[in-house]
Design a protein around this ligand. Structure first.
Ligand SMILES: Nc1ncnc2c1ncn2[C@@H]1O[C@H](COP(=O)(O)OP(=O)(O)O)[C@@H](O)[C@H]1O
Ligand SMILES: [Mg+2]
Length: 1008
């Protein structure tokens, strides 16, 4: 046997002997006898090859066949049993007078692959070959005798007769089993033991789900405790009656593009694409006009498309839109039959998935069960709302009796081993499988798995360790790439490893039997090999497009502390770091795109450590600043963008103008993101720098954005004019729409009502054509304009649309919508409707204890209080408390909301401080921007008969009367009040009432 062709293989040997009684041979004569035997050989050969075996040799009246060489299968022992059964059946049923006896055993053998290919005549060599042959000779005619190793490998797929103690020639005593029949089926694992109570809890939960109450069942326990197995026992029998969506979480970006959400959708839509997802959603939501939007949001969340509408929304809004889309989809799916969402290892889930689980499992009328497993470090309560539809199962160790039963079924394990396993099923199983469980084996699961790895032939062990670089799941191609071996050879080895249950087939891939098996195998790689393999995998193992997974492998290859000595050549190291950096920057952008903000932060933080020269540092810092921005962490975003600017300078280049526009967006529009507002002087300096840079680079979009900000910040009319002009002359509608809508805020602040109105109308018209826009924001400002202009019907329309689309929005946006609606009801004097809106606001605040709110929702409460006083009812006792919570920053703004109801109740004290919120000396975030024309303050002054203070306001209103008839009518009404106070006729407020502002009119004549 030449070394080159020889291999140690795990094989199953099958010996079949043809038995003919001497009298039969005599009666039939040699010629007929030979004919019969040839027929039998042919029939049996066919059965053997049909089951994937190879005929090794004919020896006299016997056939020797191998399963596992030259090609191995995960289930070679089972195949051998099936082939044997088929042969036995042939002998019994074909009418041949011949009888056969069969012996089978599994084990390691030295196999000459050349011989197996028929090039040479040499048998496999190994103890199992001899034992199989001996068993055959000891079998009764018609019997199939199975040796101990083969029996252990097929225990759960076949039925055996009572064991027999035999003494074959050349062996010590051996136990063998006669095969009764192959049953197949439960190949997967040992029988399920115990856990009755837990399974009952899950079944009861499922029962509740079928009755229409969604539920979340969280199974918590340490690794190996049996969480996944319990979930599987629950879910597997339901495959026929429920739709099952499955996903496994993995740490970091190991899953790459195969994110858990993608896995979930792929359980329903194979190989999901934008098209197939949309087709599916339309099928599920046939009568709804937003099916396209739902599909697009889902496609966005799983990374198959980019939904531009989602991208323009602020962070919380995005998350809400995505989770609502999923909820629509799952609700519809659950309308057909119950849905089970099965998510493994939640401790590695990202925020979007957790939010989604929280949302969907809270639905009062959906047949949906979320089963999730997690390790104890996962703080479930921090992620999920409390409620009756939450079930948490703490999985403890198996009880003594169950542990012994499990150990028995795994192998003949000693009692003391069971004790050492401390009830952890994985531990019990591994301990039994390791068979090395001597008293001095260190008692950790890791050590047990390690011991089992050591039993493998070195080549197989190495393959397993190299494949672990990919992660928990890998393909034959991956393993071949990393081991630099032939795919066919690798496939055979993986078959063997799967047979030994180190790994198991998962679709077209293999998965480590348990994450700990993965971790132990991975941990055995020496640093140098590990880093080099990660680098190779990052370069060659993944599609160029899977930047997230590639970044993960690059980081493992070069982010490691060992990297500096392993990649010793500075030139090579620098090259690798640059490649890694580019991938990280691309991954960070992708992660932000699909709303994985926290992960984006992690990846861009790594990017910064990978950047070496100032130019790269600048880019990485800018990316990190953006990630902080999207995480609503203004202070850090600010600091890192300052660092980016500084680095661009050091690199000798001008910072990109967009960097200025992006960073200034926070102090100008999203100042709530800051814990500490930046210095005024710094904002001014950066604004000027940005404008200069944008002009120098002729970057018109950035210049337009920066000039709008300047207009808002300094109330600078010429800046507003320039921004407007740039926006108006821009060809690219899509890119400029957001700038256009934002600029409207500047126009409102400058009192340019018509301009603001037309900008917002234009932006909304573009949005209606599908151009991305932060529509809730535009609708909010459009509502306020219409109310002040005197067009209550328009205002009503905008407010209702806002209310409609904000249903799927964040709590903050929903209070915006309620605030818009309240404004209309207040103007109309619909005190009843207003009171009901105020109750909605209260409920919203109570239901979202961690959400941030603002003066828009707060104003609704103040207006409702005024309304209650007007109709002689008590106002909500919680008014002050809620306002404190919703508008925590400025006392001036709070007082500006409270001053009217307080005044109506006889207390004029707040008017002075409230009035300050209308002045220009406070920073933008401390001003009453929700009442841009000072209507509330004017009302207060009118009630206080401060006619002198009112004069300039009324003149201002007169001037605006042509574009804002309401303001003109209000001025007129107040003049009637002045006249009446001097003994003139009773005021009628006719113009005001004609426009529909009955509420304002009523309050103007209110006397406490
Ligand atoms: N109750 C049980 N009966 C039989 N085998 C079990 C039982 N619980 C766990 N196992 C086996 O123990 C091993 C570890 O269980 P697993 O569910 O993967 O643990 P976890 O998910 O908690 O890490 C698996 O091989 C599993 O089949
Ligand atoms: Mg598990």
């Amino acid at each position: 046997m030449t070394e080159a062709h020889a291999e140690r293989r795990l094989v199953t040997c099958l010996f079949i002997d043809i038995v003919a009684s001497t009298p039969l041979t005599r009666d039939l004569g040699p010629e007929r006898m030979k004919r019969l035997v040839d027929d039998a050989f042919r029939a049996m050969s066919d059965h053997i090859t049909a089951h994937g075996g190879t005929i090794e040799k004919f020896i006299g009246d016997a056939v020797f066949a191998l399963f596992g060489a030259p090609t191995s299968h995960a289930d070679d022992p089972e195949r051998a049993l099936r082939a044997a059964s088929a042969c036995a059946r042939w002998a019994a049923e074909s009418g041949s007078p011949l009888r056969i006896r069969i012996g089978i055993e599994t084990g390691e053998a030295l196999v000459d692959l050349g011989a197996a290919r028929g090039e040479r005549e040499r048998m496999a060599v190994g103890e199992c070959v001899n034992l199989a042959s001996r068993l055959q000779s000891l079998a009764e005619p018609g019997q199939i005798l199975i040796g101990p190793s083969c029996h252990a490998a097929t225990e759960y797929v076949a039925e055996f007769g009572p064991s027999q103690r035999l003494r074959p020639k050349g062996f010590d005593e051996v136990t063998a089993w006669p095969l009764v029949r192959v049953t197949g089926g439960g190949r997967s694992a040992l029988p399920f033991i115990g856990r009755g109570r837990e399974l009952d809890l899950l079944r009861v939960a499922y029962g509740g789900v079928c009755a229409g109450q969604a539920k979340l069942a969280l199974i918590i326990g340490p690794p190996g405790q049996g969480k996944s197995r319990l979930a599987s026992e629950m879910v597997t029998p339901l495959r026929g009656e429920a739709t099952i969506l499955e996903a496994r979480c993995r740490p970091g970006e190991e899953n790459g593009a195969e994110t858990p959400l993608r896995q979930l959708i792929a359980s329903d839509v194979r190989g999901p694409t934008a098209g197939s997802i949309e087709a599916r959603v339309r099928e599920l939501l046939p009568d709804s006009d937003d099916a396209g939007a739902v599909a697009s949001a889902i496609g966005h969340s799983v990374g198959v498309t980019v939904d531009p509408r989602v991208i323009t929304l602020p962070r919380l809004e995005q998350r809400e839109v995505l989770t609502s889309a999923w909820r629509r989809y799952l609700d519809a799916l659950a309308g057909q039959r119950p849905v089970i969402v099965w998510v493994e290892d939640l401790q590695w889930a990202d925020a979007l998935l957790l939010r989604l689980i929280d949302r969907v499992s809270d639905a009062a009328s959906t047949c949906l069960l979320v089963i999730a497993t997690a390790r104890p470090e996962f703080a479930g309560s921090a992620h999920f709302r409390e409620g009756t539809n939450r079930l948490e199962i703490e999985l403890g160790p198996l009880g003594q009796a169950d542990a012994v039963a499990l150990a028995r079924s795994a192998s003949a394990l000693q009692e003391q081993d069971v004790e050492r396993a401390q009830g952890n099923p994985l531990f019990i199983v591994e301990l039994a499988r390791a068979r090395l469980a001597g008293p001095d084996v260190p008692m950790t699961v890791q050590a047990m798995i390690g011991a089992r790895l050591d039993e493998l032939p070195p080549a197989d062990r190495q393959l397993l360790q190299q494949a672990a670089v990919v992660g928990e799941t890998f393909t034959v191609r991956d393993a071949a790439l990393l081991s630099e071996r032939e795919p066919a050879e690798v496939a055979a080895a993986l078959g063997r490893l799967s047979h030994l249950r180190f790994i198991e087939p998962a679709g077209r891939s293999y998965r480590f039997h348990h994450v700990l098996v993965h971790d132990v195998a991975y941990g055995r790689l020496i640093a140098e090999e590990r880093l080099r393999l990660h680098a190779r995998y990052a370069r060659e193992g993944l599609s160029a497009d899977d930047v997230e997974a590639r970044a993960h492998h690059w980081w493992r290859a070069i982010g490691d502390a060992d990297a500096s000595w392993i990649w010793a050549d500075p030139v090579e190291r620098a090259k690798l770091r640059k490649e890694a950096l580019r991938t990280h920057l691309a991954a960070a952008a992708r992660l932000i795109g699909r709303n994985a903000q926290e992960r984006a932060l992690e990846v861009s933080t790594r990017a910064v450590t990978l950047a070496d020269d100032p130019r790269d540092i600048a880019e990485a810092e800018a990316a990190l600043g953006w990630a902080f921005h999207r995480n609503a962490r203004g202070d850090e975003a600010w600091t890192h963008r300052l660092a980016a600017i500084e680095s661009y300078r050091r690199a000798g280049s001008e910072p990109p103008p967009a960097l200025y526009a992006d960073m200034l967006e926070i102090p100008i529009f999203n100042f709530g993101y800051f814990r500490e507002q930046p210095k005024e002087a710094e904002i001014t300096r950066l604004l000027a720098e940005g404008e200069r840079a944008a002009r120098a680079a002729n970057d018109r979009l950035s210049l337009a954005r920066l000039r709008s900000m300047r207009a808002l910040h300094d109330e600078d009319v010429s800046a507003a004019d320039e921004a407007l002009e740039l926006i108006r002359s821009a060809g690219d509608e899509a890119v400029y729409t957001d700038a256009l809508s934002r600029h409207a805020q500047a126009e409102i602040l400058l009192g340019r009502i018509e301009s603001a109105r037309s900008l917002l109308d234009e932006a909304l018209a573009r949005a209606a054509r599908g151009i991305p826009l932060n529509e809730p924001e535009a609708l909010l400002w459009r509502t306020v304009l219409a109310c002040n202009q005197g067009d209550l019907e328009d205002a009503e329309r905008f407010a209702s649309r806002l209310l409609g689309i904000s249903q799927s929005g964040s709590a903050h946006t929903r209070q915006h919508a309620l605030g818009g609606k309240a404004l209309v009801l207040f103007a109309r004097g619909d005190w009843e409707g207003l009171a009901s809106i105020a109750r909605d606001v209260e409920r919203l605040v109570d239901a979202n204890p961690t959400a941030g709110f603002c003066l828009v929702g707060g104003a609704a409460l103040g207006q409702a209080a005024a309304g209650e006083t007007a109709r002689g009812r008590p106002r909500s006792p919680r008014l002050e408390e809620l306002l404190q919570r919703m508008v925590p920053e400025g006392p001036e703004v709070r007082d500006s909301i409270l001053m009217l109801p307080e005044l109506m109740a006889g207390n004029a004290d707040l008017v002075a401080t409230g009035a300050r919120a209308y002045g220009k000396d406070l920073p933008p975030f401390d001003r009453q921007i929700w009442d841009p024309f000072g209507v509330q303050l004017t009302m207060c002054n009118a009630l206080l008969s401060r006619w002198d203070a009112l004069a300039p306001r009324l003149a201002d209103y007169d001037e605006r009367a042509s574009v804002a008839p309401m303001l003109g009518a209000l001025a007129e009404a107040i003049r009637e009040e002045v006249a009446a106070a001097k003994g003139g006729p009773r005021p009628t407020h006719e113009s005001l009432r004609e426009l529909g502002y009955k509420g304002l009119s009523e309050l103007l004549s209110f006397r406490p």
